[in-house]
Design a protein around this ligand. Structure first.
Ligand code: IVH
Length: 666
């Protein structure tokens, strides 16, 4: 096949594949089998590979997801993406109607499902998909084009000739795919998503488009934000136009002539809401005539020509069989009620979150109680109230345990907080993933090539059980992982090796001690110069440092009190991770580089500060207490116990004369 013939065939294939996509995803009416579809795709892929000059960003082969981005850029929306006011009952729907008819009369409405997803704006230029963005703050969103390109219901090319078109829609994950994804995540030891909305947002806000490509995300479009060369006068027509242009629209949109019809349609959806393959949390009521939008205007955030009717929360009564605690990725212990399974909001519910001890006490929830549960929007329901009149006297009170059920570490309830936390920061399996991601991140140990998916692979394959294990990974282990070849394994090992030399401040930050951000880590490194010294610091010493508050001090002390955390630090040390302040970078090596001094007693020719300065000028460090890492102890008149300690520990002692010699010789 020559280039000319290939070009013709490629175009045919693209057209045919897009046509099948449209039939399958938009019209819900596939006309060929999956196998036939796959054959067409394969043929196209082959041709594009053989004739790279025929590749195109709008080819259906581009849906697999390209290279990861370093970060998302922002885009300004051509028209602000407004949000909606809410109404909750018939009376409020009628109030809305009254406000509308005060300005326009008569009025038709379109009522359509309110999909619980992520609002996106899609821009097309000359029929090609150019930009896909999140809503963001309504004015400016994030450019997630690479991820939206993987979504089959986002046409890469329009089926209509339009110079410029900007549409708005909802990206969502169908309920079935959501349940499947969560099941898989639980099997892999990953935290499940709370609801399909979070799952959709989590998938589209990933920098690696391969992740979005693997997840079943769809987009239903419901608004034309801007169009050139079309005269659309009603919302209903807009939906028709969008469908013809190739978008998936909600076929349940209904044109209503009266407000009674609107109310009836809203109520009808109370029972039907769970029949849809995607989660909806209400219906959107929109004035049909687009020309009156300007007359109706908008409030600060929401238009006056539309409103959202929100479904009431659904409730059921059941029994609390048990209360267990789950440890979240930040170490918070969340009590969860195990319920007698009950049917609620279209699913069987067997768990409810109890949030924290205060809520349990306040609502007086006991094991064995009959309770009212409710689903507000999240998949995990909550207990609204206890049916105390149904108590038999056998119900048992509950208190959150004092040890973490995952790792056995002590739990604390920091002052002023309702949450109880596990203190096994570095060892708790429930926290390992987040801890590792933080440890290797850019502002921390900065290990290139160790992103979240690699972290997941390492945990899944049992290669790391704590953060220090990173430094013990062997090449043969890496090569066993999927998608890791010789070269990337070498690169990763080298990056890990290099990270051992990061400055102390980075290590302190990387440990993920609660409340210790990168600025605090810098201050701690400057004041303590080594992990050893920081480890021995008392709360009083810590709070004496400007910018270190009591909350942070308490958190640091607690962190280093945990035997398990200390073990991990020891493992890091043994692996050769730098645990001391880095030598100054500006100049070349200095004679006392890396040497640590302690001064005790009074020197004849030097004040304390002068001696300190002299040492530091030559690159040495002066610390206040004698430890294993001390190299020399300078002893003057009337020395304190530090001299004895140095002798005991076998650390070299210098009298003033020897000290002076050292300064000269060196
Ligand atoms: S219309 C000014 N239609 O609901 C027009 N919104 O609570 C505003 N939503 O941010 C949007 N389905 O993300 C509209 N059929 C639908 C919708 C819908 C879901 C979302 C949208 C919006 C939120 C407002």
């Amino acid at each position: 096949m020559n280039l000319e013939e290939a070009k013709k065939r490629v175009e045919e294939l693209r057209k045919e594949i897009e046509e099948h996509n449209y039939k399958y995803y938009v019209l819900d009416n596939p006309v060929i089998s999956d196998a036939e579809y796959d054959n067409l795709m394969r043929e196209l892929e082959k041709l594009e590979k053989k004739f790279p000059e025929l590749q195109s960003p709008t080819s259906p082969t581009q849906r697999v997801g390209g290279e990861p981005l370093p970060y998302f850029t922002t885009v300004e929306h051509p028209v602000p993406l407004l949000s909606l006011s809410n109404v909750y009952n018939e009376k409020e729907i009628r109030d809305f109607h009254r406000r509308v008819t005060a300005i326009v009369e008569p009025v038709q409405y379109v009522v359509e499902p309110k999909i619980d997803g992520l609002s996106v704006a899609l821009t097309y230029v000359d029929g090609n998909f150019e930009i896909g963005a999140t809503r963001g703050n309504g004015q400016v969103g994030e450019d997630i084009t690479v991820n939206l390109k993987t979504v089959r219901t986002v046409p890469l090319k329009l089926r209509k000739q339009v110079r410029r078109l900007v549409v708005r829609g909802e990206a969502y994950m169908p309920k079935e795919d959501f349940l499947r994804l969560n099941k898989k995540r639980e099997e892999e030891g990953l935290p499940p998503f709370a609801n399909p909305r979070n799952a959709a947002a989590g998938s589209l806000r990933q920098l690696d488009p391969k992740i979005a490509a693997e997840r079943s995300i769809q987009v239903i479009v419901y608004d034309v934000l801007a169009v050139e060369g079309e005269n659309i006068v009603t919302h209903y027509e807009a939906l028709e136009f969008l469908k013809e242009a190739g978008f998936k629209v909600d076929n349940n949109a209904k044109l209503c002539e009266t407000i009674d019809e609107v109310i009836e349609y809203c109520e009808k959806w109370h029972e039907r809401r769970h029949d849809l393959p995607y989660e909806i949390d209400g219906l959107v009521i929109k004035v049909n005539d687009v020309n009156v939008y300007e007359d109706l205007g908008t409030t600060a955030k929401a238009p006056r020509w539309a409103t959202a009717y929100k479904f009431p929360a659904e409730q059921a009564v059941t029994t609390v069989k048990d209360i267990i605690v789950r440890v979240g990725r930040t170490g918070v212990l969340t009590p969860t009620a195990i319920l007698e399974p009950v049917s609620l909001a279209g699913t069987t519910v067997s768990k409810a979150t109890l949030h924290n001890q205060d809520i349990i006490d306040e609502k007086d929830i006991r094991i064995g109680d009959r309770v009212v549960v409710q689903k507000a929007g999240d998949i995990i329901p909550e207990v609204v109230e206890v049916k105390k009149e149904e108590r038999t006297g056998t119900e048992k009170k509950y208190t959150i345990p004092s040890k973490c059920p995952e790792c056995g570490s002590e739990v604390i309830r920091p002052e002023g907080e309702v949450a109880v936390r596990c203190t096994g920061d570095l060892v708790c399996p429930a926290r390992l993933r987040e801890g590792l991601i933080h440890f290797v991140a850019r502002g921390a140990m900065d290990i290139e090539g160790l992103g979240p998916s690699m972290v997941d692979a390492l945990i899944k394959n049992g290669l790391v059980e704590d953060i220090a294990d990173i430094y013990y990974i062997k090449k043969e282990d890496l090569l066993k992982l999927e998608r890791v070849a010789e070269k990337s394994a070498n690169n990763l090992l080298q990056a890990i090796e290099e990270s051992k030399r990061r400055p102390l401040s980075r290590l302190i930050f990387a440990l993920g001690i609660r409340h210790v951000g990168s600025r605090a880590a810098d201050i701690l490194a400057q004041n303590f110069h080594s992990i050893d010294a920081l480890m021995n610091a008392t709360t009083e010493e810590l709070v004496a440092i400007p910018e270190i508050g009591p909350k942070m001090a308490e958190s640091i002390v607690k962190f280093f009190e945990q035997e398990s955390n200390l073990k991990v630090i020891e493992k890091l040390q043994q692996a050769g991770v730098n645990m001391e302040e880095e030598p100054p970078r500006e100049q070349g090596p200095k004679p006392l580089d890396g040497l640590k001094f302690v001064i005790t007693g009074t020197l004849e020719n030097y004040s304390r500060n002068e001696a300190k300065e002299a040492i530091e000028n030559l690159g040495g460090k002066v610390t206040s207490s004698v430890s294993k890492s001390t190299d020399y102890v300078v002893v003057g008149e009337n020395p304190g116990s530090k001299a004895d300690k140095a002798r005991e520990m076998g650390i070299e002692i210098l009298n003033e004369e020897q000290f002076e010699e050292m300064l000269k010789i060196k």
